[in-house]
Design a protein around this ligand. Sequence first.
Ligand code: NAI
Length: 448
Amino acid sequence: MTTAAKPQDAHDVKDLALAVEGRRRVEWAERSMPVLRLIRQRFEKEKPLQGRRLSACLHVTTETANLAITLKAGGADVALCASNPLSTQDDAAAHLVKDHGIAVYAIKGEDHETYYEHIRAALAHRPDVTMDDGADLVGSLHMIALGRMDDLAPPVRTWVESLSKDARAALVKGVIGSTEETTTGVIRLKAMAKDKVLQFPVIAVNDSDTKHLFDNRYGTGQSTVDGIVRATNLLLAGSTVVIAGYGWCGRGVANRFRGAGADVIVTEVDPVKALEARMDGFRVLPMADAAPLGDVFVTLTGNVNVVRVEHMRRMKDGAVVANSGHFNVEIELEGLKKVAKGPREVRAFVDEWILDGKRVNILAEGRLINLAAAEGHPASVMDMSFANQALGAEYLLKHAASLSKDVHRVPQELDREIARLKLAGMGLGIDTLTPEQQHYLASWDLGT
Ligand code: NAI
C-alpha cells in the first residue's frame, strides 16, 4: 500500500487492471441513478463541498462509486474504505482510483486487521465530514475522543498512539459532522447521543422516507433473495423460508420470497410487527418452533444471536442459514464453532457444519448475504439513498453551526424533493392539491 499525500497515489485495492470492467459496471449503474445525476450536475457548477476532506466508510459497490464521483464533483477530497470485509466490488474500487483519483482502501475478503487498517487510512485522511454505514468510522473516532484505546482495533490503536495528544484532539475536533446510512449505525449513534458522548452532529440518512421505505424494503428484499439464490441455486418455490425480523428489511425479504413461491414464516419480538406479519398473510412462530420447519433461514433484526445453536440443533438436515442484517452477529457462529464439526466449503459462500450428525449450511460467514454473494441493492433504489447522502453532506456543511451534537434527520423538504425527482425520472406524474383542497385540509370548521 502507498500512503502518499496525493489521492491518486494513496490507495489499497485488489488490482488496478480491473478498472476497465469497473468503469463499464459503474456506468451501467449510473443509468439507473437519475436523481444522483441531477445532484452531480448541480454540484459540478456550485461546488458546495469545495476544499472539504470527506472520509466515507461504505459498501464499495458500483452505486457507491457513483456517490463518490458526485461528492468529488462537488469539490470534496474523498477517501473511501469498506464498511464490510466481504462487500467490496474490486473492479469498482479500481475504477475510482484509476479513473477518478479517489483514494480507495478496500479489497473483497480482506481480513479483520486489513479492514481496520483501511479504516485507519480513512481516518488519516483527517476528514471534515465522515460518512458511515454501520458507524465503524465514527465509532473509532469516538473511542479516540474518549481515550478508550483498548476498544480500538490494533491497526487504529497503533497509529493513534503514535500521534501527539494535540494531533488526536485535532483529528476529532476537525470533524464537522457525519452522515449514517443504516439502521444499525443510527441505533449506535442514538445510544452515543443518549450517553452524551456524541462529539458532533450526525445526519441519519437511514431515517429519510426516501431511504428506508425503499432501500431497506425493496433493495434488501430483492438483493437478499438474489444473494441466497446465487450462493445456493436452491429452488424457492415450495420451500419454507423463515425470516427473523419484520422491520423494513424483513418485510421486503418476506414479500420477495413469497413472490417466488416460498412458504414464509416470520419470527418477531415486537407484538405489533408480529401482528402486521400475520395480517400480511405470513405464519408467525417463535424461532424454536420455526426451526424444524425451515429450509432457509434469514436474519434481518440488527440484533445479536437471533439464530442460536439451540435452534440449529432442531433444524432439518441441510438447512441453509443466512444473515442480511448489518453485522455478522445475528447467527450464533461462535457457539456453533464450539460444538459442530467444520467448516467445509461446499460451494462459494457456503460453509457446511456438522451438528449432531446433521448438516447446517452457513452462508457468507454470517455476513450480509446480499452484498457478499450478490451485488447489493439495485442502482435504482440506491439512487435515492445516495441522493440523501449527497444532500445530507451539503446540508451538514451549510448548517453545522446551528446543529446540536445529536442525531438529525435529512430535512423533510429535501426528502420530498428526492421523491419528486425520482418520480420525474420514472416518467410518473402526480396530482397537486387545488386551492380548495388546500383550504379544506387546513380548516377545522367544516363538518358533516
Ligand atoms: P427495523 O428496526 O425496521 O427492523 C428490525 C426488526 O427486527 C424489528 O421489527 C425488531 O422487532 C425485530 N427483532 C429484533 N430482535 C429480534 C429477535 N431476536 N427476533 C426476531 N425479531 C427481532 O430495522 P431494518 O431497517 O429492517 O434493518 C434490519 C437490519 O438490516 C439492520 O442491521 C440494518 O442495519 C440492516 N440493513 C441491511 C441492509 C443490507 O443491505 N443487507 C440494508 C439496510 C439495512
